[in-house]
Design a binder for this molecule. Structure first.
Ligand SMILES: Cc1cc2nc3c(=O)[nH]c(=O)nc-3n(C[C@H](O)[C@H](O)[C@H](O)COP(=O)(O)OP(=O)(O)OC[C@H]3O[C@@H](n4cnc5c(N)ncnc54)[C@H](O)[C@@H]3O)c2cc1C
Length: 425
């Protein structure tokens, strides 16, 4: 097997990025812009994995972690209620148990407060960070400043958002509670009986074609000398010379540094480095209704009581839902998302006659505390982590890229990054 050294071209420092999802592509661009010689590894197409099928939200008010007080009480519903907030496949129970115990612990009030505190600076700068990468890559028109809208049908449903509102207020998120008339002004084609209230974060953004955003970021990196190697990484091995080797089934190459951005598959690489992490996948689904050729929605609309989002994507309306604990290898189970299709057609009557053109499943890379892993390995100073973004990978990709580029360049940290460090596990 050939050993290629990519670390000496013109004195530039070479960096391998493992994973060409939105986090890897954004990171490749931020590093290439700073003059690093970047090589991205992925066996698949750029942006074709989990980063292709999300709801498109750049949610700048997402300071509320997934686990909140009361999570313990809802665990039985994960197993017995096929339409609850999350589904846990019984066959996966014992494998996910250690993660689940940490997830339950992360829902304690004091932990929720500190997690929100740690999420706040990331989400607050998420949009700015995307706009900066968009400026470099010409992706500006892919990022729409249309806000993030949640709608509620019942008073009880709205009351359940109390903690979220409290945390947003505490962390200075710009949001407002909307009357039904105000919701109707924003989204006139939503069925009027589908909601009585709304919660609106006007500063959030929306990407109606997430794959395109990832590809544009990568193309801009390529214009700055980044390369793509379409191979599956088998092993990441720091060597005695202070470099790091990336071994695939076809080659072994050496780099000065590596950034692990392989989404839900990142844990194996951290383990090879000697760092332990609690990472599992919260699988999510969408079905796509064929485009009506008519702008039915202006922005994503989230229905918290039904645990789903309707998003106006480039090729139709996506009904996005599902938080399924079943690991990386079990086949998809589309029953839950299919069961929501009649609801989607009822709240957006324009979908009544639209056919379903696609069913999709993706793997959120999730830590139990809803915080990403961003930082340098405590074991190896030339290994960096950029994964575990869970429900917020699109939102946080650009700010992660900025932070990783700063860490590689030994810039002073913009704020305390210890909450994202891998040694918290
Ligand atoms: C249904 C759903 C809705 C969502 N909605 C939103 C939303 O509205 N807003 C938001 O911010 N986030 C959302 N998310 C989350 C977001 O999509 C993810 O957090 C994000 O896509 C993760 O990006 P990533 O680059 O880390 O991982 P991925 O996109 O999974 O990329 C990882 C890449 O690593 C590659 N890889 C893995 N192993 C190897 C290997 N051994 N060798 C080489 N390459 C490898 C994979 O092929 C893949 O391309 C949603 C997720 C889902 C599932």
């Amino acid at each position: 097997m050939p050993l290629t050294s990519t670390n000496s071209t013109g004195g530039q420092r070479s960096v391998a990025v493992v994973g060409a999802g939105v986090v890897g592509a954004a990171t490749a661009l931020a590093l290439a812009q700073r003059g690093y010689l970047v090589t991205v590894f992925d066996h698949g197409e750029v942006g074709a994995g989990t980063s292709s099928g999300n709801a498109g939200g750049i949610v700048t008010g997402a300071v509320t972690p997934t686990a909140t007080p009361g999570v313990l009480r809802s665990i039985p519903s994960y197993i017995f209620d096929p339409h609850g907030a999350a589904v846990l496949r019984p066959s996966y129970f014992f494998q996910v148990l250690p993660w689940l115990l940490r997830f339950i612990a992360a829902g304690r009030p004091a932990r929720v407060a500190s997690i929100a505190q740690a999420l706040a600076p990331l989400v607050a700068s998420a949009m700015q960070a995307h706009l900066a990468l968009a400026e470099l890559s010409g992706a500006r028109e892919l990022i729409r400043p249309v806000g993030w809208l949640k709608v509620y049908k019942s008073e009880a449903g709205f009351a359940d958002s109390a903690l979220e509102r409290e945390l947003m207020a505490q962390h200075g998120v710009n949001f407002s509670v909307l009357s039904a008339t105000e919701v109707a002004d924003l989204e006139p084609k939503l069925e009027r009986n589908a909601y009585t209230r709304g919660l609106f974060q006007p500063d959030s953004g929306f990407v109606n074609y997430p794959t395109a955003l990832t590809q544009v970021y990568f193309e801009a990196a390529r214009q700055r000398q980044a390369q793509l190697v379409r191979e599956s990484v088998l092993e990441i091995r720091p060597d005695a010379s202070e470099d790091v080797s990336i071994r695939t089934s076809l080659s072994t190459r050496q780099f000065h540094c590596v950034v692990i951005a392989a989404g839900a598959w990142s844990g194996q690489f951290a383990k090879q480095i000697g760092d332990s992490v609690s990472l599992d996948t919260e699988r999510g689904y969408h079905i796509s209704f064929a485009s009506t050729g008519d702008a039915l929605l202006r922005r994503p609309v989230c229905f918290p009581e039904k645990h789903c989002v309707l998003s106006p994507m480039h090729d139709g309306i996506a009904l996005v839902s599902g938080d399924e604990l079943a690991g990386l290898t079990a086949p998809p189970d589309y029953r839950r998302i299919r069961a929501l299709a009649p609801f989607a057609r009822s709240v957006l009557p324009g979908l009544a006659k639209q056919t379903i053109q696609r069913e999709w499943m993706g793997y959120r890379p999730s830590t139990p505390d809803s915080l990403p892993v961003i930082g340098r390995s405590p074991k190896r100073k030339n290994v960096f982590y950029a994964f575990g973004h869970g429900h917020l990978g699109l939102t946080l990709s650009a700010i992660t890229a900025q932070l990783i580029a700063g860490l590689l360049s030994n810039d002073p940290d913009p704020y305390d990054l210890s909450a994202y460090a891998i040694n918290r596990f």
